[in-house]
Design a protein around this ligand. Structure first.
Ligand SMILES: Cc1cc2nc3c(=O)[nH]c(=O)nc-3n(C[C@H](O)[C@H](O)[C@H](O)COP(=O)(O)OP(=O)(O)OC[C@H]3O[C@@H](n4cnc5c(N)ncnc54)[C@H](O)[C@@H]3O)c2cc1C
Length: 342
């Protein structure tokens, strides 16, 4: 079927849905509250299923051209000894958020994406055939229709990039905190850190992010210290991590939730954006083949909700495990043994 859709939010999920619906013959308008996309940003891991989704949406080649492939990585202790080595047959591609957004924006007909156009009240959208809520973790539309708010994970993330290249992916797990390093296209290195909020409270916040990071990780192994040494003058993004309690439906009437609006999750599996792309393909296929919209949206909900909610739970568990406070040595033994047997 065909009709007119309004997509609320022009992030990864919203642009992906817009591409899909346009290719299925829908008239689409994307309302984005910000004036432009960011021009710098950290790397996102695109797993093979997400790359397939990007291919279906006609953006796969552009993403491949500006990304690097990684097959697996290592989990390390703060002194640099290995806890586990993880290898995957099919690699993930690491692409910066601005590149991914540019690829998804590419080829949209002029006027599809409307900047500076916040949706303040879901009632503004009455009369539209299909409303897609792609407005992120704090979704106005989800709050109005489902009354469900995100919940804190009890951890804070820092992330950024520094000049120079690294060979592979490492994640270093210590007590109450982790530090990750990955390659990024264009001769830069991507890094991220997560720490339990209680540790930051104890530390006090008189100092800026770089000083805090050096206090938290300055005694860790050489690769971590090399990133810390390169941080002066570089942007650092700091945010309290949240996820969403499982929703009992991603659909209400003619409204479908996609992306973080439906299933915001801890970043530890590197899957939130990937799941958004899978939502876009599932929603497009459901409405393209349908003769009536309620049945199509029901099919979308059935196809996506259970597996995405499961990923939210797994990501939450990994967030806890990787920043565990008291049982770090026992955790390391379990993870190391599991990786050897697996
Ligand atoms: C530290 C960290 C690392 C991550 N690493 C990875 C990774 O490696 N791989 C991966 O797949 N995912 C990763 N993620 C998750 C990923 O960033 C998110 O899942 C993804 O950005 C979700 O996209 P979205 O479009 O649903 O939401 P958002 O990116 O939040 O976009 C929502 C858009 O809606 C707009 N908006 C909001 N409200 C309104 C409104 N009322 N009206 C109009 N517009 C509105 C916003 O301005 C924004 O542009 C990571 C997340 C974090 C925090």
């Amino acid at each position: 079927m065909r009709g007119a859709a309004v997509v609320v939010g022009g992030g990864i999920a919203g642009l992906a849905v817009a591409r899909g619906l346009l290719s299925a013959g829908w008239a689409v308008e994307v309302r984005e509250r910000s004036a432009a996309h960011p021009t710098s940003g950290t790397a996102l891991g695109m797993w093979p299923e997400a790359m397939l989704a990007l291919d279906r949406l006609g953006a796969g080649e552009t993403v491949r051209a500006a990304s690097v492939e990684q097959r697996g990585g290592r989990i390390l202790r703060p002194d640099g000894r290995e806890i586990a080595r993880i290898s995957t047959r099919r690699g993930a591609r690491l692409v910066s958020r601005p590149h991914l957004l540019t690829a998804l924006r590419g080829g949209l007909p002029p006027g599809t994406l409307r900047w500076d156009t916040p949706v303040r009240d879901a009632r503004e959208l009455r009369g539209v055939d299909l409303v897609v809520a792609a407005d992120g973790v704090h979704s106005t539309v989800r709050t109005a229709l489902f009354g469900v708010a995100p919940r804190p994970l009890g951890t804070v993330a820092f992330r950024g990039t520094v000049p120079g290249e690294v060979g592979g992916v490492t994640e270093t797990w210590g007590r109450s905190r982790l530090f990750g390093i990955t390659p990024q296209h264009g001769g830069r290195t991507n890094w991220f850190a997560a720490v339990r909020s209680s540790v930051l409270t104890e530390l006090g916040r008189d100092a800026g992010e770089v000083a805090v990071l050096r206090a938290l990780y300055g005694s860790w192994h050489r690769e971590v210290r090399a990133v810390l040494d390169a941080l002066d003058g570089e942007a650092v993004d700091e945010r309290r991590l949240l996820d969403l309690p499982p929703l009992t439906s991603y659909v209400s009437g003619n409204v479908a939730l996609v992306g973080d609006a439906a299933h915001a999750m801890a970043p530890n599996l590197g899957r939130g954006a990937c799941e958004s792309l899978l939502d876009a393909v599932a929603l497009t296929e459901a409405v393209a083949d349908a003769t009536d919209l309620p049945a199509a949206l029901h099919r979308y909900d059935v196809r996506r909700r259970r597996s995405a909610n499961r990923t939210v739970r797994l990501a939450r568990l990994l967030n806890r495990m990787s920043t565990v406070e008291r049982l770090a040595p026992a955790r390391d033994v379990v993870v190391s043994t599991g990786a050897r047997l697996g």
